[in-house]
Design a protein around this ligand. Sequence first.
Ligand code: 2P0
Length: 364
Amino acid sequence: MKIKQATTLAHPNIALAKYWGKRDYGHNLPAVPSLSVTLAGMTTATTVTFDPDLKQDQLLLGGQQASAQATSRVTGLLDRVRTQSGVTEKARVVSANDFPTAAGLASSASAFAALALAASTAAGLHLSPEEVSNLARLTSVSAARSVFGGFAELRAGWPKDEKLSAQQVAVPEHLPLRIVVAVVTEGPKAVSSTDGMAHTVKTSSYYASWVERAPGIFGRVKRAIADKDLEALGVAAEESAFAMHATSLAATPALIYWTGTTLDVLAEVRRLRAVGIGAYATIDAGPHVKVMCAPEDEIEVAKVLGAVPGVLRTIVTRPGPGARVFTAAEERNQTDSMTYESISTAYVTLDLDSGDLETQSVKS
Ligand code: 2P0
């Protein structure tokens, strides 16, 4: 009997035009369009095995049994795959990140993009990338974008939408771009993205204005990418991030994802611009600052940000590939993100090492 198993790789993404807030039509639909860049160099690897001996779905994250809450989110996606494929077995899901879990940079985006592709492949479904993206989105909106490499957009949802998938707008090589991540805290954030945006939708008096303004900013981000215009992209991406955080700050009680170090890094980014270096900041639902710049400025930007008191370290990333089924031969050819050896090591350590489950699935 053929074993129903697949292993996949996926990367986190950073939204340049942010998604924040869901429609209330059901189906986990975003209220605003978003556009992101999928990152090379940080990888989630996930294996799904449908096993007739299992009584319930099992989830191992970073080598440890996951919480009931995390497992139930995964079961939601697996149930959709079982319904569509006719597979009835429960599944064992083993997932690990090759980036430090304690950095608070792990992402539900790479986790659910990898899971959607692995589960559907293991079940024998031959889904298109758009179908995988839709499957991932139903569990985590940002994951829809990580199915695609380079730059990917996801439009806002509308009342009749049951299916909604991201699509690629440009390949990774389209725009020479570096993103320097200034890591400012360890560990998971206090309020998850899902809870934070629900609270914002419910209580923020600025939410309506965010929903009205976001499509215009999205349009400018998209145009700047098409034009390969880093300055226009950076300015629009900063506006998107600040508008998203403004709507959260206006929630009751206020939702504040920043720390003092976040503001210190933002001041440094402005100082860099004042001396002629094209550096632009974006911040997700957490305190870390992600700074876009041209490849020739990455060393200087990383040096300056790394010297800000409170910054624990910097990580330099660039646009990377989308989710894909893991094959040893494919990985040996890959030079930019990660090596076959390092992924193999991640696998070997899965059963032996322990890791913090919750931080693995929390988006920074
Ligand atoms: C984004 N974020 O566009 C925005 C910017 C965080 C800030 O998408 O509830 O994990 O699973 O759909 O996708 C994080 O939220 O939330 C997110 P759910 P998700 O990347």
